[in-house]
Design a protein around this ligand. Structure first.
Ligand SMILES: [Zn+2]
Length: 373
């Protein structure tokens, strides 16, 4: 019920200044300060290029929850959802009781946009070229130190590690995209399940089931191979029940605004669940049954059974088009050609070998899109 209300009323809480996936540090700083004094705002340190990284704290419960987003600079979906969640706690409207209950049981620490330098250039890595999510042991990047310091200082019981994944994953071997994917990271190579990890898995099961109402069959999980230098794995190892949420693809959502709403709902659903400890009833077998992510199953556009006229004759081929994210815009490229029978497109057309495409157009993804879609 709570999730459904959030889903229906998301527009009441939506931070209106974000409408696109490219957001930078300059966009978020004034909005952070809009939440003073309800939230306790603290400088946690600076990025390599000296951008200030802030945390926002709210609540007075004994369960400490740390939520960080955008350690990869070009993954802003959850950052936007965090600002929607801040608005929810600032003015819960007719969900005041639910908001109060969460804050009575939990103290929440938000760390939005951990990698502002990467966000500036719309890159995964930080300004030093380091992938922060492979720097959990060396802590060579300033941003990595900031995250590990705050985790250690508060000794969080729960951690939300918020990312975006490629939009072209499917949920299992199906025609459904993996719009949201989860992982309860392993803390050793044996992938054992201790109480810390068990709680992560149970929370994921609860979110998985809740999301079926909104995106049936479009929720998946990541492979849980232990990554010794990754943050989720190390934070799990330190005793913080860690939940990785990956925002994936959804039809007609290139700016990921619908997936942002799914993040908003999922995270708040979990916070309520944590405050009530209701996740403890979830069955771990259900975690095992969540389908795995399958990489590169989707294209933005898929043209099936085209006849291509080349210099040396005609041939049949499917054409798969994907976008490539550049600093200021997405450009479309032909990413694959040939037998794509086992792939899917967010947009598809089957030419049934009746339509000929001349080779010069075949090279031009934008021309094909505007012609056929
Ligand atoms: Zn990421």
């Amino acid at each position: 019920m709570f999730a459904l209300k959030l889903f229906k009323k998301h527009s009441l809480y939506k931070e209106a200044s974000f409408t696109k996936k490219r957001i930078t540090h300059k966009d978020i700083v004034p909005i952070i300060f809009k939440h003073k004094p309800l939230f306790e705002i603290e400088k946690q340190g600076k990025s390599f290029e000296k951008r200030e990284i802030y945390s926002l704290k709210i609540g007075f419960g004994k369960t400490k929850v740390l939520l960080w987003s955008q350690m990869h600079g070009n993954e802003s979906t959850a950052t936007q959802a965090i600002f929607d969640i801040l608005n929810f706690f600032s003015n819960p409207q007719n969900l005041q009781q639910e908001a109060d209950n969460i804050l009575k049981k939990c103290t929440l620490y938000f760390l939005p946009m951990l990698n502002p330098d990467g966000a500036e250039n719309y890159t995964r890595r930080n300004a030093q070229g380091i992938d922060i999510n492979r720097d959990a042991l060396r802590l060579e990047a300033y941003e990595s130190k900031i995250l590990m310091n705050i985790r250690d200082k508060i000794n969080a019981e729960f951690g939300f590690n918020l990312h975006d994944q490629d939009v072209w994953y499917s949920a299992g071997d199906t025609k459904f995209p993996a719009s949201i994917s989860f992982l309860a990271p392993a803390y050793n190579f044996e992938k054992r399940i201790n109480n810390t990890r068990k709680k992560s898995m149970q929370l994921i099961v609860s979110m998985f089931e809740m999301l079926q109402e909104f995106i049936p069959n479009q929720v998946a999980k990541y492979d849980d191979a232990f990554m010794p230098n990754a943050f989720g794995d190390n934070i799990q190892k330190k005793g913080t029940s860690t939940i990785l949420i990956e925002s994936g693809g959804y039809r007609n959502d290139i700016e990921k605004q619908f997936i942002r709403k799914l993040n908003f709902v999922s995270i708040l659903h979990s916070l309520k669940n944590i405050s009530e400890q209701s996740f403890q009833n979830e069955n771990l077998e259900k975690y095992e049954n969540i389908p795995y992510n399958k990489k590169n199953k989707f294209f933005d556009y898929l043209i099936r059974n085209a006849v291509i006229i080349g210099k040396f004759g005609k041939y049949n081929a499917d054409i798969g088009i994907r976008h490539k994210a550049e600093k200021t815009k997405d450009v479309y490229i032909i990413d694959d050609i040939g037998d794509l029978s086992y792939n899917f497109g967010f947009e598809e057309i089957d030419l049934k070998s009746k339509c000929e495409i001349i080779a010069s157009i075949k090279e031009n993804a934008e021309a094909i899109i505007s012609h056929f879609f």
